[in-house]
Design a protein around this ligand. Structure first.
Ligand code: ADP
Length: 162
């Protein structure tokens, strides 16, 4: 069975992430999306549970997609999944530099672990969770950027701080 592990912060999941998940679900037998605690990034806006609940909600139509969370070292954590590859989305050359470094480090830590990259779809080139948060907190419309199923919840939280 070909399994892809797609890690990220997903704070919150965007249409850019969902596009990668959807395309991957057509390529691999199973896609395990793992919401991570990223120590390099500042404190997330949404809790790990909230981020997973959003991911669950937007992926219900994909029968081969599973949502997990982890605060462990990714190169070790993937061993619990079994034989798999890491999947990353690439937006721009600026993503490539750090993703390339992470891919090499992950392979040093776990020599069996390969990383595959999927280029973003053109319409999501500029899209990131932080852009969504910035626009929404200033009262802007984020409906083009966030999956419909979670739009209201995300907006409420970002505007009202609920
Ligand atoms: P960010 O905070 O930058 O939105 P995450 O840490 O949640 O990103 O990203 C998880 C993975 O999804 C990374 O591999 C990232 O490059 C990828 N990704 C994020 N946004 C997009 C997008 N708009 N198109 C394609 N891939 C994306």
């Amino acid at each position: 069975m070909k399994i892809a592990v797609y890690p990220g912060s997903f704070d919150p999941v965007t249409k850019g992430h969902l596009d990668i998940i959807e395309r991957a679900s057509g390529i691999f037998d199973k896609v395990v999306v793992v919401a991570m605690v990223n120590r390099k990034k500042k404190k997330p806006t949404f809790s790990l549970d909230e981020r997973c609940a959003f991911l669950e909600k937007v992926t219900t139509s994909f029968s081969n997609v599973e949502i997990k969370s982890s605060d462990a070292l990714l190169a070790e954590w993937v061993k619990s999944v079994g034989d798999c590859v890491l999947l990353k989305g690439l937006r721009a050359v600026s993503d490539f530099e750090s993703e390339f470094q992470q891919a090499l480090i992950n392979r040093k830590l776990n020599p069996k672990l390969e990383t595959l990259f999927l280029p973003t779809s053109e319409e999501h080139l500029y899209l990131s969770s932080s852009v969504v948060k910035e626009i929404s907190s200033l009262g802007g419309d984020i409906s083009q950027f966030v999956p419909e199923e979670i739009l209201e919840d995300v907006q409420k939280r970002l505007l009202g701080g609920e």
